[in-house]
Every structure is written in structure tokens, then in C-alpha cells.
Design a protein around this ligand. Sequence first.
Ligand SMILES: [Mg+2]
Length: 371
Amino acid sequence: MSITIESIACWLVDIPTVRPHKLSMTTMGCQTLTIVRMTCAEGVVGWGEATTIGGLSYGAESPEAIKSAIETYLSPLLCGQTFSGVAALAQTMNASVKGNTFAKSALETAFLDALGKSLNLPVSSLLGGALTQRLPVLWTLASGDTEKDIAEGQRLLAEGRHNTFKLKIGARDLATDIRHALAIKAALGEDVSVRVDVNQAWDLTTAIKGMAQLQAGGIDLVEQPIPLWDRRGLIALSQRFEVPILADEAVATSHDGYALASDGFTGAYALKIAKAGGPAQALKLAHVAQAAGVALYGGTMLEGTLGSVASLHAWSTVSMQWGTEMFGPLLLKDDIVVHPLDFSDGQVTLPQGPGLGIEIDADKLHHYSRR
Ligand SMILES: [Mg+2]
């Protein structure tokens, strides 16, 4: 079974967030989704999404650059070609385009959606098969205000929507950030897992001080405390503290994961389809981590439902020791799908049906698309 790609269309979709989302490098009030529609032979249509966080303040690809890479370089490589699966698709893209993993991820997702629909199989089956239909999902408290974050966490616990929380820190001085994190941990209680994401904001000296206090205060996991280039520092921190490190920006591909683990890193890797170049590519990093005894975590670029579901199909095929953070759709005021995901009891349900199992709302896509 193979599939021929006929045409590819691309939109920039701007959707406001439900509240300001404060990260170490920027504060988000709107999220831009780069949406791809891949039309294949016999009228089969696949959808994909590439979404990044905070424009160029987070990474090297902006939504506008992702759209341009797809339209100018990647689409002409793929249209008119027939592919038997994601291996051939990735080989064709990688032979002519370096990097640009966000753009490639949207296209790999759209291809998997189309292939699944034509075979009448869910995307998870094309990636090895789902081990579970429900995946744990934490929530990120990032209003920038300690009292507001505590109130938000307590409300979500009472509603039963989430039971695990991640805090975004690193924008303020260390003492303020530690006070903030430990006040939230104390307020939410012993039984609630609280983690922090520093998004590379500390140097190694600050991280040693900070991690000691976070560990003593009962924080469960510290995500990417130092810059992505400081691999030796990350390995040293992972060996020095009992509180585990979650490597995020430092590990994009299977090569990064192999290098970090073989040099002595212990802890966990955050998988993201956009970092790796698609759901199938992200699983290569997962398999390297499994081989090295490094734990797994399903990460988000704060995608909407389309990108989150593409990730969930991949995450469902491996054991995620630290769960996932696929809450992106809940941070957006609206979305471009007909049926929203079911988030309840700290979990999300993998959609059923062929391909990704989601339906795009054409009116909403049109409404939110940038002119
Ligand atoms: Mg992170």
C-alpha cells in the first residue's frame, strides 16, 4: 500500500490563550498554529500542525518561517510523489532540507493521517500500536502570580481535571522563583506532584543552588535548568541530585538522546514531535531512551488539538514514566476541530477512528486564519 500526494495547502491560525502564559523567555497571549492540509490520490485528505512557543524567543523556527519552508521547499519535493510510509517520506525530506523539524513534523503528521484513513487504521497502529487509550496529562501553572497559580491549581484539583502540575520559572531572580515554587507545592499538598521547567534560564552555579532548594522543598522533577548547549552541566546535575532532571531543549533527535545518555545522563527525556520532525521521528528518540534506561515524558509545544492528537498517537505506543503535558488545547480559547478532546481525571482519551481520528471545522479554520 502506498499513497500519492497531490497538493499541500498551509495556513497560519492565530488563537488567543485563556490567560497570559508566562515563560522564562516571554509571555504568550496568543498561539499561532501552522496548519497543513495534504490532499492525496482518490480524494484522501490528511491534516498536520506545526506549532512553536513564543515565536523566535523560544527556538529557531517561527510560524511564518515554518509556512515558508513548507510552501517553498518541502511541498515541491513531495507533490506528485508516491510514498509507502513515513520512512520514505522522511528520507525524501531529509535528503534536500536540513533541520526545519517543525515543518517536517506537520507534513509527517498529515501524511500519517492520510495513510491511516486510506488503510482504515488509526495513526497509533502505523506507529507500533497503542498500549493504552488514556494518557496522563498534567497542567502548567504559569500566570506569573503565586496566589493566582495556587487558586488555579486548587480549582483544577477540585474539578478532578488534573492532579499533577508543572510551574514555569526562570524569568525572575532565584530567591523569588524558589519562594514561588515552594509556596505552590506547600499549598497543593504532599500528594500532588509539582515539577518546574526553567527553560534554560539558569547558569550551572545558579542551578546547583536552585536544585538543592527545590529538592528539599519536595519538587519532583526539574526540567532543563541550564542552556541546551551545556551538556556536561546537565549530566553533572543529574548525577549530583536525587530530584531527577528532565532534558527538553537539550534533546531533539535520537542522536542527542544517544550522546547525552552515553555520557552518563540519568533522568528523563521530553519527547516532542516538532523537535524530532514528526511523530515517527520522535519515537526514535523514545527507543534510544528505552535502550539507555532513561525515562520518558510526552512534551508539548502548546499545540492545538491537531498537533496534540498527533503526539498522543505516538506517546500511546510507549510507556511514559512521567506522563504527558498534552494540555495545549485547554490553554486556547477556541480550536479548529469539530469535537474537542476528552480531558478528565488527570487523563486524556486518544480519539478513535482512522488516521488521527479528528475532524477539522472548516469555518473555524477560515475564521482564525491570518489574511
Ligand atoms: Mg520544557
